[in-house]
Write a protein that binds this ligand. Structure first.
Ligand SMILES: [Fe+2]
Ligand SMILES: [Fe+2]
Length: 205
């Protein structure tokens, strides 16, 4: 019961955008650039997409931890979820600074990802980590794309995205170390398709 309440609390915090970062935002040390209205709106929308990605990461890892078999696997997933909280807080803060707003569909993104994560966990730890590793690989790729799409002069946003990308690479490496299997190609394709739907919708809503 306690665990259920804690999970529910975490879900609400993630959705409400009150995540607390343990590390300072990488944007903090950099000056704000004077962006035109259009660039600012574009950067805010890209950060909304990344924020949704982090909402999904929270939900996935919590779902995966819930159904993981070995205590060691559960601990690793809970640790990953905690580290992702920095990303969640940094991207929420950057959206605010850019004058944007988080996705209105966050409860939906959370619920869907939680269900997918729990399902992945039921397949056993090897596949659970396989799913984690592939998620991180795709997120890393996606963030690299954002570094190309973001206004070059927006150093604060870029610093956040760069730091997130390097964390995701580490998350992937640790999933592989924990014995991740390689997902079948059709599953990878389905994941890519799902994330394309998410990123397209979240850019607007
Ligand atoms: Fe992340
Ligand atoms: Fe990650």
């Amino acid at each position: 019961m306690d665990r259920l309440i804690a999970e529910f609390d975490r879900a609400l915090r993630a959705i409400a955008g009150v995540a607390h970062a343990e590390r300072p935002s990488p944007a903090e040390a950099l000056p704000e650039s004077s962006l035109g209205e259009e660039s600012k709106a574009h950067a805010a929308a890209l950060m909304r997409v990344n924020h949704v990605g982090e909402i999904c990461a929270q939900a996935l890892y919590q779902g995966q931890a819930l159904t993981a078999r070995e205590p060691q696997a559960r601990q690793a997933l809970e640790k990953a979820a905690r580290e992702e909280q920095d990303h969640l807080a940094w991207s929420a803060e950057r959206i605010r600074e850019l004058g944007g707003r988080p996705s209105l569909l966050n409860p939906l993104w959370y619920a869907g990802s939680f269900a997918i994560g729990a399902a992945a966990g039921l397949l056993g730890d090897k596949w659970n980590f396989a799913f984690l590793a592939e998620t991180e690989r795709q997120v890393e790729e996606h963030l690299a794309g954002h570094l190309e799409a973001l206004p070059p002069e927006d150093r604060r946003t870029r610093a956040v995205v760069e730091a997130m990308r390097s964390d995701e690479a580490q998350h992937r490496a640790s999933a592989l170390q924990l014995g991740a299997a390689e997902l079948p190609e059709p599953v990878k394709r389905a994941m890519r398709l799902a994330s394309r739907v998410m990123t397209t919708v979240a850019y607007r809503v």
